[in-house]
Design a protein around this ligand. Structure first.
Ligand SMILES: [Zn+2]
Length: 267
């Protein structure tokens, strides 16, 4: 199924347009001449293992007819779209460092699925500010994936301007949420998956950042369209800005039945 999907997307994408040299999607001023990231395939089913809490939610993936976005195969994401050196190295460096520190701390702890972790146990000082930087770090990665997908001809119904303005202003993006969890050994990144509900055209997108024993699910949930999930973390979500719950991203231990049971609620 994976190969078939990739082929469909590749055929739909066609050759990249030889347009003028693109500008950095973050600052929109400098040439996009920096940055490089790779994606690895992983099982995305489980990344969105629980979206159906927002019922009615008749999501479909976007490979079939009349669906604006496909499952974006890793090779499709190898696009020349980039950000500028200043944005990549200077502007977002504090964000990179905040995530680096957080990932170190999470990986050095014994985490239990379902456990709540207080953010001030991750960042003992400037907790709120550092956690915001972590959010901004994932906005950069997410924005690059969206920019690449769009450059490859996919009609991703997510506005990149809000990612840009969030990073430029240092303010959170209201529709991007994080879920931190335990993982089982893979290092890499899933493809970007995007769904629209039918009816309603509400947009949900997600991908998984995998770092050996931990993983982060990065979720775009269109504002006001989905039920608020208390287990997701957001810098100003109203319920859980100060703590997050460890999710179960240990897919290799799950059976096929578990993977297809989208209503299963983890404990
Ligand atoms: Zn830039």
């Amino acid at each position: 199924m994976g190969a078939e999907r990739g082929q469909n997307v590749a055929n739909a994408a066609g050759p990249p347009a030889a347009a003028a040299e693109p500008l950095c999607w973050i600052c929109k001023q400098n040439k996009a001449d920096s940055g490089e990231h790779k994606t690895k395939r992983s099982d995305l089913l489980a990344v969105l293992g629980k979206p159906t809490q927002a019922e009615p939610f008749y999501y479909h993936d976007l490979h079939k007819a009349n669906r604006p976005v496909g499952s974006l195969d890793a090779k499709i994401l190898k696009s020349p779209v980039r950000i500028c050196a200043y944005c990549n190295n200077t502007r977002t460096q504090p964000h990179d460092r905040a995530w680096e520190a957080m990932s170190d701390r999470l990986r050095s702890r014994r985490l239990a699925v379902g456990q709540w972790v207080r953010c001030n146990r991750v960042f003992g000082s400037f907790t709120k500010r550092e956690m915001l930087k972590v959010h901004l770090f994932f906005l950069k990665l997410f924005g690059c994936m969206i920019a690449e997908a769009k450059a490859n001809g996919h009609d991703v119904p997510i506005d990149l301007d809000f990612f840009s303005s969030a990073i430029m202003s240092g303010r959170p993006h209201g529709e991007v949420h994080l879920e931190f969890g335990k993982h089982d050994g893979i290092i890499g990144r899933s493809d970007l998956h995007c769904w629209t509900t039918d009816p309603g055209k509400s947009v949900l997108a997600a991908w998984l950042y995998e770092l050996d024993t931990i993983a982060v699910s990065v979720i775009y949930s269109q504002a006001g369209r989905f039920e608020h999930r208390r287990d997701l973390w957001h810098p100003r979500s109203g319920t859980n800005t100060k703590r997050f719950r460890i999710a179960d991203f240990m897919y290799s231990k799950r059976t096929d039945e578990e993977m297809s049971g989208s209503n299963a609620v983890q404990q």
